[in-house]
Design a protein around this ligand. Structure first.
Ligand SMILES: *[C@@H]1O[C@H](CO)[C@@H](O)[C@H](O)[C@H]1NC(C)=O
Length: 423
């Protein structure tokens, strides 16, 4: 009995994931189809991600979908009938998640043994990340301020850091805002945000990027969803809010459809059970409001906003709602290409090259995104950055984290240098 209690306590304290059984025998498929075809699947299938198809299928989209054993036959038949090419890429999701969990546990134990509070080869829980941010602010009070920006729907503290050598008081400096983990299952986004903080504060605090720019970085926008994706359902994407009609059956709102930009104009996003549910009103979610308050806090001098997502190797810019370009479309494209090129130069051989483009043209129409909203409120350069996927595309094994954080920092640094050179 005592041993059981001890185990329960220890297990709860470490990175114990759960709920993998529900994915026993589930397979992952890559399916190519026309943009409308892929969008049409959204209502009935779990589309993990979508991106432009390979050159041989040009003009089409490629979606990563999950099929339960009992739905497999019917859907493969459907794809076949509709001329949608498909390939199986993983056989048993539950097994992949168990392997991921074991890898995370062992890497975290190793980091602890070597006395590090954070390492770049694994994933951390929300509380550990918050504790690390507070620690960093204590160690670097001249550079780092932690803002307790608000509580998530379930009451978790959402924190962001302000990094500034002049306490945000020099109004002649440009500001860069970066957020991560708006979508719960996109785990690799948070280490990327943490690594940017680490570079600015610990590795190179004297560099012009730290000294001449003020930074706002939100490493975990959606902690409820993140924790839920660790404990219960690895593929959870939305928040965990229950403040909308239909929440009993389908809790959660897609943070990246909840911003006030053409909100409420996409039928696909109006259904609470959709993975892209926009919420009962624009900014209904406390998580979305935290991003809004961070963005508006220094809006006049904010020149670059990047929302970190996973996966697909893409820099996407406005307008996602109708596929037209903003006035500075050319600049948006060029800066995106420069950042992407810097990343590609460091990428692994097996990695896909980055694609840079208008979100609606590269992918599909979207409404209520943070990228379009931040652009509309006046930030000149705003992007959705889809990080690389590797083996299982959406689920990024911890062994790739270090590669991804390093190469992505190189791209962000190029964006920041552009901001400085034109400010
Ligand atoms: C597309 O959407 C943007 C953002 O709302 C708007 O400024 C622009 O006028 C729209 N263009 C067209 C052709 O509707």
């Amino acid at each position: 009995m005592t041993r059981l209690v001890i185990c329960v306590l220890l297990c709860v304290a470490s990175f114990v994931q759960g709920g993998h059984e529900k994915y026993e025998g589930h397979q992952l498929y890559r399916v190519a189809g026309l943009s409308e075809q892929i969008r049409g699947l959204e209502a009935s299938l779990d589309i993990l991600s979508a991106k432009p198809a390979a050159r041989s299928e040009s003009g089409k989209l490629e979606a990563l979908i999950r099929l339960a054993p009992e739905e497999k036959e019917q859907w493969l038949h459907y794809f076949h009938r509709n001329n949608m090419m498909y390939t199986k890429i993983a056989d048993n999701l539950a097994e992949i998640f168990r392997k991921e969990e074991a890898e995370i546990q062992s890497k975290k134990a190793a980091a602890k043994r070597s006395g590090k509070s954070m390492s770049w080869d694994t994933y951390y829980r929300h509380e550990e990340i918050n504790a690390y941010l507070d620690e960093l602010a204590e160690e670097h009070p001249d550079l780092v301020t932690v803002v307790n920006a608000g509580l998530s729907f379930e009451g978790r503290q959402i924190k962001y850091v302000r990094i500034s050598s002049t306490r945000f008081e020099n109004l002649r400096k440009p500001v860069i805002v970066i957020d991560a983990m708006a979508h719960a299952r996109e785990w690799v986004t948070t280490p990327v945000a943490m690594y940017i903080i680490h570079q600015l504060v610990v590795e190179a605090p004297e560099s012009p990027l730290t000294q001449s720019i003020d930074w706002i970085i939100i490493p975990v926008v959606n902690p409820d969803g993140y924790e839920y994706s660790i404990d219960v359902d690895r593929l959870w994407r939305k928040t965990r809010s229950t403040a909308h009609d239909g929440a009993d059956e389908c809790p959660g709102v897609d943070v990246n459809r909840n911003f006030d930009h053409h909100w409420g104009t996409a039928p696909n996003s109006a259904n609470p059970c959709s993975i892209i549910y926009e919420g009962p009103s624009a900014f209904s979610e406390p998580e979305t409001r935290v991003v809004r308050s961070a963005v508006t806090s220094s809006l006049e001098r904010t020149s670059l906003y990047i929302s970190l997502h996973s996966y697909g190797n893409m820099f996407l810019y406005a307008w996602g709602n109708n596929g037209t370009l903003p006035q500075n479309g050319l600049i948006l494209h060029l800066v995106g290409v420069n950042m992407a090129t810097a990343i590609d130069e460091l990428a692994l051989d097996e990695a896909n090259r980055y694609i840079v483009g208008n979100a609606a043209n590269v992918l599909y129409y979207t409404t209520g995104t943070s990228r379009d909203w931040t652009k509309a409120v006046g930030i000149p350069l705003t992007y959705t950055l889809e990080l690389p996927g590797y083996d299982y595309l959406f689920e990024v094994p911890a062994k790739y984290v270090e590669q991804i954080v390093t190469e992505t920092w190189a791209g962000i640094a190029v964006g920041a240098q552009y901001v400085l050179s034109t400010w």
